[in-house]
Design a protein around this ligand. Structure first.
Ligand SMILES: NC(=O)c1ccc[n+]([C@@H]2O[C@H](COP(=O)([O-])OP(=O)(O)OC[C@H]3O[C@@H](n4cnc5c(N)ncnc54)[C@H](OP(=O)(O)O)[C@@H]3O)[C@@H](O)[C@H]2O)c1
Length: 300
């Protein structure tokens, strides 16, 4: 198949690209900066294209003769705290992508959302993802779509476990943590990729459906950091911060370069990130647990 993956150069995209190139599909990866994705350029059947995916004319050109469009574009932080950056990256881009895919006669559209996406949610991130889902669900009948809503995703190249492991090394294990009681069900990137794999061809089981994707273990953020410490060789000593201090920490970090934590991240953490529906069960996939998987990759 001819597949275009928006956001295909990132963490989840890299996993999908290596699978789908092995399966012999032709992949086009639009990117803002091809030189940062050289590791993907060497793969057979992959074409990196410098492109502004926010430009409808560019999308129309890219989607010509394409069988499947995958949208993985996502951000965790924006400049400032107005919500405009999230709306542009998640909602408006989805609106343009769905319109261009329908107009080009694309058959399948696979959309990456996030668990907790909700147009009335507590953060810009969750609201913009929720609005994007509604746009996909209202796509014309000719465009067959599937939406995935994962909890936090882990894998060898993730930012979640690698960032906490690096922070723990720096702080010798001491970790003052906002919203330490927030609950997650970390999900392995290869299980998420398997779900996309199943949806690629389209079938009654995945057509016009939304799947929540959770790993088998529910843990608090504090427990997650403790497991990361155990697996990365720096035992963690987690200090849960009261919300008033956590909010202040988020406010200060909002102004640090790279925004390691932000007010919007704090607001996202005020709701649990656990599944109501078992999307993996519906797809016939048995997801892997964080502890065993992470130990295995850290020891290789
Ligand atoms: N990782 C998780 O734990 C997690 C959990 C739930 C949901 N998700 C969702 O899964 C998707 C993929 O996540 P990921 O972890 O793979 O993200 P990632 O590694 O940060 O990759 C994001 C991709 O989006 C592109 N991108 C970012 N901002 C963009 C913008 N403003 N305009 C156009 N392209 C932009 C980047 O492409 P270039 O830089 O090459 O242009 C990059 O390839 C996202 O939608 C995310 O919200 C992730």
């Amino acid at each position: 198949m001819n597949i275009i993956i928006l956001g295909g150069t990132g963490f989840v995209g890299t996993s999908l690209v290596s699978r789908w190139t092995r399966a012999g599909h032709d992949l086009v990866l639009p990117t803002r900066n091809p030189s940062l994705a050289r590791h993907l350029a060497v793969l057979p059947t992959v074409r990196l294209v410098r492109a502004d995916v926010h430009d409808p004319a560019t999308l129309a050109r890219l989607f010509k003769d394409c069988d499947v469009v995958v949208n993985l574009v996502g951000i965790l932080n924006e400049r400032g705290d107005s919500g405009r950056g999230f709306l542009q990256a998640h909602t408006e881009l989805t609106r343009k992508t769905v319109a261009a895919a329908a107009a080009a006669g694309v058959a399948r559209y696979l959309h990456m959302s996030a668990l907790g996406a909700d147009e009335h949610g507590p953060s810009h991130y969750l609201r913009s993802k929720g609005l994007a889902e509604r746009i996909v669900q209202s796509a014309p009948p000719t465009l067959d779509w599937t939406i995935f809503r994962p909890s936090v995703i882990f894998g060898t190249r993730d930012s979640l476990t690698n960032r906490f492991a690096a922070l723990l090394r720096l702080s010798r294990g001491f970790m003052p943590l906002a919203r330490a009681q927030a609950r997650f069900a970390p999900v392995w990137v290869e299980d998420v990729a398997s779900a996309f794999d199943l949806a690629l061809a389209g079938s009654d089981a995945t057509s016009r459906k939304t799947f929540e994707l959770c790993g088998p273990e529910v843990m608090t953020l504090g427990e997650l950091v403790t497991v990361i410490g155990e697996c990365s060789g720096t035992p963690a000593s987690v200090l849960p911060l009261p919300d008033v201090i956590g909010r202040a920490q988020a406010f200060v970090m909002d102004f640090l370069p790279g925004k390691p934590f932000s007010r919007d991240n704090f607001r996202s953490l005020t709701v649990d990130n656990v599944c109501r529906d078992d999307g993996f069960k519906a797809l016939g996939i048995r997801p892997a647990a964080l502890r065993g998987t992470m130990r295995a990759w850290r020891s290789t």
